[in-house]
Write a new protein. Sequence first.
Lengths: 134, 74
Amino acid sequence: MAKKTECYVDTSALIAFLDRSDSFHPLFRRLFSEPPPLIVSALVIVEGHGWFLRRYDQRRAVQFLAFIDALPGLTIRSFDAAELAKAALVVKKFADQRLTLADAHGLAVMRELRIACCWSTDRRLGLEGAGLVV
Amino acid sequence: MIRTQISLEERDYSLVKMEAKSLGIPVAEFVRRALQQALRPHGEGQWMRFAGFVETGNPRSSRSIDEIVYGQKD
């Protein structure tokens, strides 16, 4: 039987791990060195890829995808019409927080799967009660 | 540290010089970092070679993602 997903991963955790300048880099370097079963929204992958495209170039964006591919035990939660409906409810619930759809989908996934741990440097990912690692 | 000599294609050397300059580091340091990324660290998974593979110079990098991806709100 597969191990239960332990933590949700947000774009900020991926960037903190990949960018050596980030002040949280040492923390996420340690966390990612022995990762538990993790789950991520497909929108986070889109966001991360977009970050590398805008901040750098296609080559580094492809390297980002190679990292995602190499990360073991990572479940990617797809985003379809049903997931959009769930994320939209979260966006409306926290209308004052300027959540992106990626943030909202993460919150919806954590609530649905009762995931209590979130790898993120964004406080908003704790809005539904998950504990942030920072 | 071991001192060694390597031969590079002219185009690669130009790119290396450009990248090193943009990071504010010597070519030798850039090559050392590239080698560290290419070599699998002992006892670590393949994914760890991506750890810190970019250096934005921004300690708040992970907290300013929306500004980069979605742009600043007017």
